[in-house]
Design a protein around this ligand. Sequence first.
Ligand SMILES: Cc1cc2nc3c(=O)[nH]c(=O)nc-3n(C[C@H](O)[C@H](O)[C@H](O)COP(=O)(O)OP(=O)(O)OC[C@H]3O[C@@H](n4cnc5c(N)ncnc54)[C@H](O)[C@@H]3O)c2cc1C
Length: 597
Amino acid sequence: MSNDTNSIDMSSIERRQFDTLIIGAGGGGLRASLQLAEADLSVAVVSKVFPTRSHTVAAQGGMNAALANVSPDNWHWHMFDTVKGGDYLGDQDSIEYMCRAAPKAVYELEHFGVPFSRLDNGKIYQRAFGGQSQNFGGDQAARTCAAADRTGHAILHSLYQQNIRAKTHFFDEYFAVDLLKDDEGRVLGAVVFNIQDGQITVIEAKTTLLATGGAGQLFKTTTNALINTGDGMGMAMRAGIPLQDMEFFQFHPTGIAGRGMLITEGARGEGGYLVNGDGERLMERYAPKAKDLASRDVVSRAIAIEVREGRGCGPNKDHVMLKLDHLGEAVIQKRLPGIRQTCITFLGIDPAEAPIPVFPTAHYTMGGIPTNRYGQVVVPVKDTPEEPVAGLYAAGECACVSVHGGNRLGGNSLLDILVFGRAAANHIIGYLKENKYHRVIDDEVIKKVVEKVNRFDQQGSGDETVAGLRKELKQTMEEHCSVFRNKEILKQGVDKVEQLAQRMKNVKVDDQSFTFNTARVEAFELENLMACALATIHSAYAREESRGAHSRTDFIERDDKSWMRHSLYSFENGLDYKPVRTRPLSVESFPPKPRVY
Ligand SMILES: Cc1cc2nc3c(=O)[nH]c(=O)nc-3n(C[C@H](O)[C@H](O)[C@H](O)COP(=O)(O)OP(=O)(O)OC[C@H]3O[C@@H](n4cnc5c(N)ncnc54)[C@H](O)[C@@H]3O)c2cc1C
């Protein structure tokens, strides 16, 4: 690839046209692409890894739907739990839509070939997960459909096979760098390159859907894969779109201590529980009713407090224990075979015999690219809180629709990606009926974006390394934006992240290296992580209340009067806010109440 930005030869750049472009081949992207391919549209799916290696494959515990196969249930109770779980920051129109669509989403998957675990009567098995209740806060519900503890694996593989059948066009191991946008703000596709040989392709599309997943690599200890670097969120920010609610980042209570691998909440759903260094069942103190199945933010804070107050386990008293051995080997082998194997492989511990050391670990990005329930990316325009960006959609963990509000309930993300992947596709189908033709893209627009693909091979003095900056960023976020936050810690974090973002200007990628293209991918990923980190830490510093996963030791109460609103952070305008959509579609709104479990 040439280093000279002035000599871009348009004839050397491959140009492809599709009705619709999907960036990301996780559950969100593949559910959308399937719907579109089946509507006989030409669909391109770009993924930086082979599709079935997307992070969806790692989902263990399952997906929520009020099927009522194990306990009485209905979508309205599911909706209440989701609104409450999100600490009243979620948009209730989207939440109603998702909870009502859930059973259908499960049956669809079943027909696509997902081998859900079964009850003896042949119905789909459902396990209890955190934050699930019957009758608006009553007894524990069992709402999570699972394929043992390998649910995401089963879903992603089934969706991929269905897409192959439907003739979706895949660009495997291509990296999307930036969106193509015209002067009127319309999104017309993206610039991608082949990671193997660096060849740039301009993909022109009438609509583009971002489905790039979360940004768990912001933190040092995380359950997320190395690929979860918030690329779509970075692309959106560079295209002038703000990120919403980024201060809300979920820390999963049970990552393997010090390493971060996930032990699914399903382990507690099957009857596992947490004990501290004194052998006490610690959750009885923090959530007398729901105990170990309180919402994730509640359980993570409880573990952090136990450790801080000296009641941790191990020589350094820096973790607690998750006990499963009382369940018996047969149950563990049937319902939790994957986590048993993980513990044996990485810890040399068989959970059927001994407890597992655990500690909260970065897990899920509640915030993201703001969308409405049709998957359209929306931005504030003049006096309106949201207007769609023509041609641009987002779905899955990179989007903020917002169904999870301040804290996501376990089992609601697989549901979110499938329901809104499908909803976005349906909206795209309608949009394409009215927007039949490709717009002519000016060569200059393409040149401008293509030039920027070379940005790291040319820039700065080159005395910073990607690996060095990335390590510092992850450490900074871990220390300054973790389970508990306060003004002083966050202010230091803001300053440090700002400095790191400045130092990014001195990163240079060695273009002589034979791993040039992978080095270049890592530089783009770091740039995207920086964008997400800026949005996260600025939004967290500004939000002077505790809500969901955002827990301030200097503002310990939720403050609905001042803060029941979504944050928006952009490079151009810094912080802005917009109201929560509190009106559901057909039922009455759930007004904010104290959140106890
Ligand atoms: C260990 C683990 C367990 C989980 N368990 C559960 C669970 O049991 N239940 C539940 O509801 N949720 C669970 N979650 C959350 C849930 O799995 C994720 O939120 C969800 O799968 C995300 O799906 P997605 O389609 O948005 O993105 P992903 O599956 O993360 O896919 C992102 C896609 O984007 C592509 N991509 C990204 N950047 C680029 C780029 N620049 N260029 C090209 N392609 C790009 C990637 O290649 C990939 O194909 C879990 C998460 C983790 C980490």
